[in-house]
Design a protein around this ligand. Structure first.
Ligand SMILES: NC(=O)c1ccc[n+]([C@@H]2O[C@H](COP(=O)([O-])OP(=O)(O)OC[C@H]3O[C@@H](n4cnc5c(N)ncnc54)[C@H](O)[C@@H]3O)[C@@H](O)[C@H]2O)c1
Length: 311
C-alpha cells in the first residue's frame, strides 16, 4: 500500500492526516474545493487538486490509488440545517461519486467518514455502533453515505470502513467559523484577553479525541483487514463537561477571565460518549490525555497568534 487519496485534504482532519501519511511514507494525493478548507494548511508534499467531489473530473485521479480517505463534507450542523439540499448534494451525491470513482479505478479500500451525529436520538451511554437515530439533516446525510458504502460493497465489491468520529480536536481545527468548536474558541478568546462564550450552562458533556489518536486508527484502516466492511466509533471512551474543558484551558493559560453564558444552541446533544470496544478489539486505543492534548492545541494557537494569523 503506497499511494493514498484524501478528500477534504485542506480541512482540519484531512490536513493533519495527510501530514501523518506523508510522515509514514505514503504518497498522498489530495482533493478539496476549498469551500471551508484552507489552502495554506495542506502539507507540502501533497499532490493537491482543487476539485469538487461531486464532479466526474475526480475519476482519473483515482487510478493507481491503493486507498481513499473520504473526509470532504458539508459538516457545520447549523449550515446543514439552513441548506438541506446542498447538504444532500455534497454529503450524499458527493459520497456516491467518490465510491463510484473508487469502483471504476478498482481502489482496494475506502475509509468513509460518518459522524457520531448519527446517534443524535439515542440515549444509551456509552453508545455502541449497533443502532443509529439521526435527527439533523447533517446526520441524515451521513447515514445515507453509510448506506451507499454498504451497497457499493454489496453490488460492486468496493471494500470500505466507516468511521464515526466523536469530537476530534487538535491543531488546524477549524477555528475560523462563525461558531467555532469550543476548545479553539475558548483558547483564542483567552489569548486575546477576551471573555469566551459558553452556550448553555457548561454541563454538556463531550467525548473528545485527540487528532493523533484518530490518525493512529486511520493507519490501521489501510493496514489491518479486520477493519474491512465494518463501522467504528472513534472517541476516547470518556467525556468532559464544557465547563471542565474551560477550566483546564484557563489553568493552562494562567487566566482569570470568566466565560459569558449564552442560551443553548439548538439541536445540540446533552451528552456524547463513545463505546470504543470495537476499535479496541483490533488493537487501537487512545493515548493522549485531555490536558496533554489541550496543551498541544494551546501551543499551536499561541504560535498562530504570534504569526498574526488569528482573526
Ligand atoms: N472534526 C470532527 O470532530 C468530526 C466529527 C465527526 C465527523 N467528522 C467528519 O470528518 C470529516 C472531516 O471533518 P473536518 O473536521 O476535517 O472538517 P473540515 O470542514 O475542516 O474539512 C472538510 C473539508 O471538505 C472540503 N469540502 C467540502 N465540500 C467539498 C466538496 N463538495 N468538494 C471537495 N471538498 C469539499 C472543505 O473545503 C474542507 O476542507 C467530515 O466528513 C466530517 O463530517 C468530523
Amino acid at each position: 500500500m503506497k499511494k493514498v487519496l484524501v478528500t477534504g485534504v485542506a480541512g482540519f482532519i484531512g490536513s493533519n492526516l495527510a501530514d501523518r501519511l506523508l510522515g509514514s511514507g505514503y504518497e498522498v494525493l489530495g482533493i478539496d474545493n476549498l469551500s471551508y478548507g484552507v489552502f495554506e494548511q495542506i502539507p507540502k508534499g501533497v499532490d493537491f487538486h482543487k476539485l469538487d467531489i461531486r464532479s466526474k473530473d475526480i475519476y482519473p485521479l483515482f487510478h493507481g490509488v491503493d486507498a481513499v480517505f473520504h473526509l470532504a463534507a458539508k459538516n457545520c450542523i447549523e449550515d446543514c440545517q439552513e441548506d438541506p439540499v446542498e447538504t444532500a448534494d455534497i454529503n450524499v451525491v458527493g459520497t456516491a461519486n467518490v465510491f463510484e470513482a473508487a469502483r471504476r479505478a478498482k481502489v482496494s479500500k475506502v475509509v468513509n467518514a460518518e459522524s457520531s451525529a448519527v446517534y443524535e436520538g439515542i440515549d444509551i451511554f456509552p453508545t455502541p455502533e449497533a443502532n443509529v437515530a439521526p435527527d439533523s439533516f447533517y446526520a441524515v446525510s451521513k447515514v445515507c453515505g453509510n448506506l451507499f458504502a454498504r451497497k457499493y460493497a454489496e453490488f460492486h465489491g468496493v471494500v470500505s470502513t466507516g468511521i464515526r468520529p466523536f469530537s476530534v480536536y487538535g491543531s488546524k481545527q477549524d477555528y475560523r467559523r462563525t461558531i467555532p468548536p469550543s476548545m479553539p474558541a475558548f483558547i483564542i478568546k483567552l489569548l486575546k484577553g477576551e471573555q469566551p462564550i459558553i452556550y448553555g450552562d457548561g454541563s454538556k458533556r463531550r467525548d473528545f479525541l485527540y487528532i493523533e489518536d484518530f490518525n493512529d486508527f486511520m493507519l490501521l484502516c489501510i493496514t489491518d483487514p479486520r477493519t474491512d466492511g465494518k463501522v467504528f466509533n472513534l472517541g476516547s471512551g470518556t467525556n468532559n463537561s464544557i465547563l471542565e474543558i474551560y477550566n483546564v484551558i484557563k489553568k493552562l493559560l494562567a487566566s482569570s477571565v470568566d466565560p459569558v453564558f449564552k442560551p443553548n444552541l439548538s439541536g445540540e446533544a446533552q451528552i456524547t460518549l463513545a463505546d470504543i470496544s470495537e476499535a479496541r478489539k483490533i488493537g487501537w486505543s487512545p493515548k493522549t490525555g485531555i490536558e496533554e492534548g489541550i496543551q498541544a492545541l494551546v501551543d499551536f494557537l499561541s504560535k498562530e497568534k504570534e504569526l498574526g494569523r488569528l482573526k
